[in-house]
Design a protein. Structure first.
Length: 386
């Protein structure tokens, strides 16, 4: 993907750009990045750092989503990336009065690079700079549609983990027959210990309270059978830990077919199984939509008339299964909010990811998560010793 952006703009666009509240901050060295953005005035707003260079479409989509979010949110948005590219995209919009700033980052994390190489060698990559803004207290959260492995690595080693959490988890929202449900982990930690799954359950429960407004979320453990004792050794030991938590509504094992019936609010699994389940769900949903469309359009006049009259229902269905409605997956277990978006995210997905991040900051989701981990520290230690 080419990240080169045209630097030429019309005179009208240039005048609009000058009216933007825009601070371009150089970041040649890692340390001064955040200090150059810190304001001496008391911080009254939520501040979010956006990886403007991430995703399949780069700044063209990320900036559009950020501008849209800034129009409705009482938050400060820091667009992290190459100044010339981000400025060229901002010039396309009327950003007068919007709290949008640019943070200079000269490098980009490419999809064919290893996360460890990006972390060690690309100190001025946009995702690294964004994570440092959170670590230094300049920003409250980071959103990226770029290299997911690099986002996880930078989140862990730059932002840092919540005390007591050994491995982070990516929590994704899935549609069901009833209300949305949360599946975690969907790819952050593919090799898990039983006590990692135990902690995922605690973090997912705290997350679902804010996202789904569940007062007492039902937590299930993904396995090959509903009965206690089903599953591999990892699942069996995690089951024993989860059922010992007094303040957790653990409903036991759930099977893959139960993911979409709406009978659980949080489903826990390792990152390998979760990523396979997520991609399988995405592929199946897309295939079913294409099959239905094909049958409706090639099955005669009556079917076409029925399809035409059912358009409102089809629109509602499309909205329910659209991943862009939630924007991305929250990376749980870090010292700060981090949302990983789909690489093919559109402006709507970026906008909703920013809104979701702002909501988690305002609701202090991380504080509830830290409390849940702290209250069950003894069980975590017991799990480690097994």
């Amino acid at each position: 993907m080419s990240l080169e952006q045209s630097s030429s703009t019309t005179d009208g666009a240039a005048s609009r750009q000058e009216s933007v509240k825009e601070a371009v901050i150089p970041s040649a060295e890692p340390a001064p990045v955040a200090s150059s953005v810190v304001s001496t005035a008391p911080q009254r707003k939520t501040v979010l750092a956006i990886d403007a260079m991430g995703g399949d479409f780069g700044p063209s989509v990320v900036v559009a989503g950020a501008v849209d979010a800034a129009r409705t949110l009482d938050a400060r948005i820091l667009l992290v990336g190459r100044e010339e590219d981000v400025s060229a995209e901002l010039a396309k919009y009327d950003t007068s009065g919007l709290d949008l700033d640019i943070v200079q980052a000269s490098e980009v994390a490419l999809m064919n690079e290893k996360p460890s190489d990006i972390l060690r060698r690309k100190k001025d990559a946009s995702i690294q700079v964004a994570c440092r803004l959170v670590k230094n207290g300049t920003a409250d959260g980071v959103i990226s549609a770029g290299h997911s492995g690099a986002t996880v690595a930078c989140g862990m080693f730059i932002m840092g983990r919540v005390p007591g959490v050994e491995r982070p988890a990516l929590a994704s929202v899935l549609p069901t027959e009833k209300n949305p449900t949360i599946l975690l982990d969907v790819g952050a930690t593919v090799d898990c210990k039983p006590y990692h799954l135990f902690q995922f359950g605690l973090m997912g429960e705290a997350f679902s309270r804010d996202l789904l407004d569940c007062e007492n979320p039902r937590v299930g453990l993904l396995s090959i059978g509903e009965e206690e004792g089903k599953g591999n050794l990892q699942v069996k030991e995690a089951y024993e830990l989860l059922k010992m938590v007094e303040n957790l509504n653990f409903v036991g094992n759930v099977e893959g077919r139960d993911l979409f019936n709406g009978n659980v609010d949080v489903t826990v699994c390792d990152g390998f199984m979760g990523n396979v389940a997520l991609k399988l769900s995405e592929g199946l949903g897309s295939a079913l939509c294409r099959i239905l469309k094909r049958e409706l359009l090639h099955a005669g006049l009556m079917s076409k008339m029925g399809a035409y009259m059912s358009r409102p229902a089809f629109r509602n269905f499309a909205k329910i299964v659209d991943y862009a409605e939630y924007g991305g997956a929250l990376l749980l277990g870090l010292r700060g909010i981090a949302i990983v978006c789909h690489g093919a995210s559109n402006a709507k997905a970026i906008r909703n990811a920013i809104r979701m991040a702002a909501m988690f900051v305002e609701k202090k989701t991380n504080e509830r998560l830290m409390q849940a981990i702290s209250e069950n520290e003894e069980l975590t230690r017991y799990g480690r010793s097994c």
